[in-house]
Ligand binder design. Structure first.
Ligand code: SF4
Length: 72
C-alpha cells in the first residue's frame, strides 16, 4: 500500500516549502495553510518521505493505512 499524506493545520507554519517544491501536490488555502491539491497523483513512498523531512514544522504527516510513519 502506498503512503497517504495529511497536513496538520495546527502545526503548519506556512513556510511554503512544500508548495514551492511540489506545486503539483500542495497549495495554500484561504488561510495560507498548506493543503493537498485535489486529485493529485502522489509520488513513490520514498519521495513522500523526503518531502515530509523538508517540512520545517513536521506538519506533513504520512500514513501507511492507519499507521503513522515516522519520517525522522
Ligand atoms: S512545508 Fe510544512 S510548514 Fe511549510 S507550508 Fe508545507 S506543510 Fe506548512
Amino acid at each position: 500500500m502506498s503512503y497517504r499524506v495529511e497536513i496538520d493545520r495546527d502545526v503548519c507554519i506556512s513556510s511554503g516549502r512544500c508548495v514551492a517544491d511540489r506545486p503539483d501536490l500542495f497549495r495554500f488555502d484561504d488561510e495560507e495553510l498548506a493543503e493537498p491539491v485535489p486529485g493529485a497523483t502522489l509520488p513513490a513512498d520514498a519521495a513522500l518521505l523526503d518531502l515530509a523531512r523538508t517540512c520545517p514544522s513536521g506538519a506533513l504527516r504520512l500514513f501507511d493505512g492507519e499507521v503513522e510513519i515516522d519520517a525522522g
